[in-house]
Design a protein around this ligand. Structure first.
Ligand code: NOJ
Length: 889
């Protein structure tokens, strides 16, 4: 058993514990105000991350977690120290069949927990569906559809034997439109993303699968997210980028949707690759202990992103609960945890209660979604091959057996996928009644984006290319298409059934034939164009995950301009991962319609056909702003590191996307929340009712002490932890909790080895299991922060009337002006999708405005405060079309 054991003598360095002046580590509750008084004003980025210890332990009375806690306690009480460690540490990259798995607990009948991407479907398998991206789904502004998508994805994961679906995504939020993974998330607005992530989580977990809200936190760009990856691209950096975010911006923007995730009961959260204020996210006690577990009261477990683990003891004390995929670097055979965590608990560096808490959190999440030990769906697929037979331990190449059972989990989800993609499609322009199409005489479809990839829909690994129609972007947030209906196939079928003439040229550069086609008489030309992006480990055409620019790919602008110069009825369809620059052609009179179809998934062609022909009346709303130039956004990706530890200052504070355009008084091409319909709506009768909710009370008092779940009697005899015996089936490169020597105890003694006083290299209070005071903004039982933040203070209603001639959905939106000099002019606080309003019919739009909706984060009191500035509510159809308004009394 050589190769997976790291000598303990090296462990303090390995664990990333740095010696420090204890005065730098005030008790987590001492002097919080003084400590933070100078910090955290909006737009002044933090460059250091204060310590916060001890790590909060689970609360047996947390709302929605009581039963899960009781079941977990019963199970965890029976576990040995090494069994607990086994639950916290992945078995190594490609050690088993899922993208991540932890060790088994055979003695207690628990098979391995399976972590599997992705946020759009079950990744790396067959007979599973590909759903529209989160960004496209949230453009529906439809809570029911967001929930239904989550439920369907969860059902598919469950059917494959997945325990944790690695999604949904609220980081990136979308600070910069170029951000490569914005499409995996929802929108650069915390409220829209918060509702998107909460509904998706509820759906996934109702299907019996643990959701994983990721990436926590500040993971806003691909460049420099991992030092090794960046070095591979030739950048001279030594550490991952630090996202420097002030306290106010953190609370009002980036943390907000994670609060909604926690409130929705999410079972797991993935900490990100990047550093936050110069401390790695997965060992950042301020982020994990303070914000996530204490203030938000998160009861589930924190897992690392794959390879985002950089230390042993310090990550454990900072609030990490699971190491993924378990090895230090892929296939190193070494782990920061595993053996090292076993030793750290034996020698007291990590208190036993902290390990108990990790195991409790993992098992509680397992039980919370309805699992029972012994009846898990067996893992019936393999991420590393689609072959039916192969090695179950792919990295080691051993354990030949049937690893793919090819279980078809798709049910009738294709219908839902088609509906979501159509309802998330945004009609940006429509003049001369260009749309809906009505049996056009001659339909010409132009562009590579309407056709198929010559290598097939899954021809590029993790969709790392932009060939054919863009049904999915690239990276780990993907799944294999079971089929991909191209726009060309669906539109052709529809046109032919209507008796139209139909021709398509599925290339962007066939100028001669394209010109000849679209210049013909009576042609309606539909031009398909796209802009792609993805995850940083794949470079597509010079785009290292993040987009290099905001222009259309493959000469899309030239294609549109050429076609529209010859055809007076040119309709443009855009598939993209975010906004693109349309300034060069959007107002051309020959461009009669523009449609954003997002990242639609497997039913792409059917969904766009439903919109173009009016089977679905469009009501999707743009989940981001369409600026005139790249610079107009005021934020961008950092593309060139300025030093070995790149610093990404969020100096814009809360002013991203529409908040920035509004503040700087710039007129975008299309604003956030904008979208047209084939009918029209009027808004009237705004009513605001004050509820008389009780005043806000900061939480006071103390938690209980860290519970004893284990025996409290950890043997310090290393012989008790030795690797079983020669007949134990050791798997090469696999991560185990066992020791392979009993002779390291002396060397392992921190005092002797470092010549330091006992524990002096640990932050003060890091091992303190005594009762701790509650934070004012936290809650004693309710996850998501002080429950009174969610008290409804006002109920707002307005009438929305269909004034056109066809039935349609409308998305009324409510914005609030918080009124302060440093507040954005308006912020989204509520919306609804009123479905199927008949001509002349009036629907009532209703929003319950909560205390949080009207508050700012106060960095001094470390709490939410409603300022004295006058508050105004606005209601309308986009962030800039707000015909109704009322000042709150
Ligand atoms: C890295 C990605 O950032 C994360 O989103 C994903 O879940 C893991 N890889 C596993 O594939």
């Amino acid at each position: 058993m050589v190769g997976h054991f790291w000598p303990l003598a090296a462990s303090a360095a390995l664990f990333g514990v740095t010696s420090a002046n204890p005065s730098q580590f005030p008790h987590r509750y001492q002097n919080v105000e003084n400590r933070l008084r100078q910090r955290g004003s909006s737009g002044t980025p933090e460059t250091t991350s204060p310590p916060f210890y001890p790590s909060p332990w689970m609360n047996p009375n947390a709302d929605g977690w009581e039963n899960a806690y009781a079941q977990a306690k019963e199970f965890v009480s029976k576990m040995t120290l090494m069994e607990k460690v086994n639950l916290t540490t992945g078995v190594g990259w490609e050690g088993e069949q899922c993208v991540g798995q932890v060790g088994t607990i055979p003695r207690l009948g628990l098979t391995s927990l399976c972590m599997q991407d992705s946020p759009v479907g079950v990744r790396l398998t067959d007979f599973a569906s590909v759903f529209p991206s989160g960004q496209t789904a949230v453009a529906t502004f439809d809570r029911q559809l967001l929930y239904a998508r989550g439920l369907a994805m969860g059902q598919e994961h469950r059917g494959k034997g997945v325990t944790v679906q690695l999604g949904p995504v609220a980081g990136p939020l979308g600070r910069a439109p170029e951000g490569g993974r914005n499409w995996e998330g929802f929108a650069p607005d915390p409220v829209l993303t918060g509702i998107g992530i909460a509904e998706t989580i509820k759906g996934i977990q109702d299907a019996g699968v643990i959701a994983c809200a990721k990436h926590f936190i500040g993971n806003e760009q691909e460049h420099f997210r991992q030092a090794g990856e960046a070095q591979g691209y030739g950048y001279n950096i030594t550490q991952s980028l630090s996202s420097n975010i002030d306290d106010k911006t953190m609370h009002e923007m980036y943390l907000w949707p994670f609060a909604d995730a926690v409130r929705a009961g999410v079972g797991s959260i993935m900490c990100s690759y990047n550093q936050v204020n110069n401390s790695y996210s997965c060992q950042n006690s301020k982020m994990l202990n303070n914000l996530l577990k204490d203030e938000l009261g998160f009861q589930g477990f924190v897992m690392t992103d794959w390879g985002a683990h950089h230390s042993g003891v310090s990550s454990a004390l900072a609030g990490l609960d699971m190491s993924m995929p378990g090895d230090t670097a892929f296939n190193s055979g070494l782990s920061y945890w595993g053996t090292n965590l076993t030793l750290a608990v034996i020698n007291g560096t990590v208190p036993e209660w902290r390990l108990d808490d990790m195991a409790m959190r993992i098992m509680a999440a397992f039980f919370k979604v309805g699992n029972t030990v012994g009846s898990q769906v067996p893992i019936n697929f393999d991420s590393w091959t689609l072959d039916t037979y192969g090695p179950v331990h792919m990295a080691a190449g051993i354990g030949q057996q049937q690893i793919n059972h090819h279980v078809d989990v798709r049910a009738d989800h294709g219908t839902l996928i088609r509906e979501i993609a159509a309802k998330g499609t945004v009609l940006l322009k429509n003049v001369n009644n260009a749309l809906p199409l009505n049996k056009p005489k001659f339909l010409a479809v132009i562009g590579e984006d309407a056709g198929s990839n010559p290598d097939g829909p899954n021809g590029c690994s993790d969709r790392g290319c932009d060939n054919g129609t863009l049904g999915m972007a690239w990276g780990s947030g993907t799944a294999n298409f079971p089929y991909l209906i191209t726009p060309d196939a669906a539109l052709q079928a529809k046109a032919i059934s209507d008796g139209s003439t139909y021709q398509s040229i599925l290339a962007n550069n066939q100028w001669a034939s394209t010109s000849a086609l679209v210049a013909q008489d009576s042609v309606t030309a539909v031009v398909f164009v796209n802009a792609d992006s993805g995850e940083g480990y794949i470079n597509v055409d010079g785009n290292e995950g993040d987009r290099q620019n905001l222009t259309l790919w493959k000469d899309g602008d030239a294609l549109i301009q050429n076609v529209s110069s010859l055809c007076s009825n040119t309709i443009v369809v855009i598939h993209s991962t975010g906004p693109v620059l349309v300034d060069a052609w959007y107002d051309s009179p020959n461009v009669t319609a523009i449609v954003w179809a997002g990242i639609p998934g497997q039913e792409s062609g059917n969904s766009i056909t439903d919109i173009l022909y009016g089977a679905v009346n469009p009501a999707g709303r743009s989940p981001f702003t369409w600026g005139t130039t790249r610079e107009s956004y005021g934020t961008d990706v950092l593309y060139e590191p300025e030093g070995p530890l790149p610093q990404l200052d969020f100096s814009e504070g809360v002013f991203i996307d529409y908040r920035h355009f509004d503040k700087t008084n710039q007129t975008p091409v299309y604003e956030f929340g904008y979208g047209l319909s084939y009918t029209t709506f009027s808004y009237s009768n705004l009513q605001v009712a004050k509820t008389g909710a009780a005043p806000y009370t900061p939480t006071e008092g103390y938690t209980g002490a860290a519970p004893t779940i284990g025996t409290g009697n950890v043997s310090t005899n290393l012989n008790d932890y030795l690797f079983p015996n020669a007949s134990f089936p050791y798997v090469w490169q696999y991560i185990y909790p066992y020791l392979n020597t009993s002779s390291s105890a002396k060397a392992a003694s921190g005092d002797e080895y470092y010549g330091l006083a006992s524990d002096s290299y640990l932050p003060p209070h890091a091992t303190d299991g005594s009762a701790q005071p509650y934070l004012a903004a936290a809650d004693k039982i309710s996850p998501g922060g002080n429950a009174a933040l969610y008290d409804v203070l006002y109920t707002v209603t307005a009438d929305v009337t269909n004034t056109g001639s066809v039935a349609g959905d409308e998305v009324p939106q409510l914005y609030v002006s918080l009124g302060g000099p440093n507040d954005p002019p308006v912020v989204l606080r509520g919306f609804d999708r009123l479905s199927d309003l008949a001509p002349g019919q009036t629907g009532v739009f209703e929003v319950a405005l909560t205390r949080r909706d009207l508050s700012n984060w106060d960095t001094t009191s470390q709490n939410w405060v409603i300022s004295d500035y006058p508050k105004t509510v606005y209601v309308g159809s986009s962030s800039r079309k707000l015909p109704l308004q009322c000042t709150l009394a």
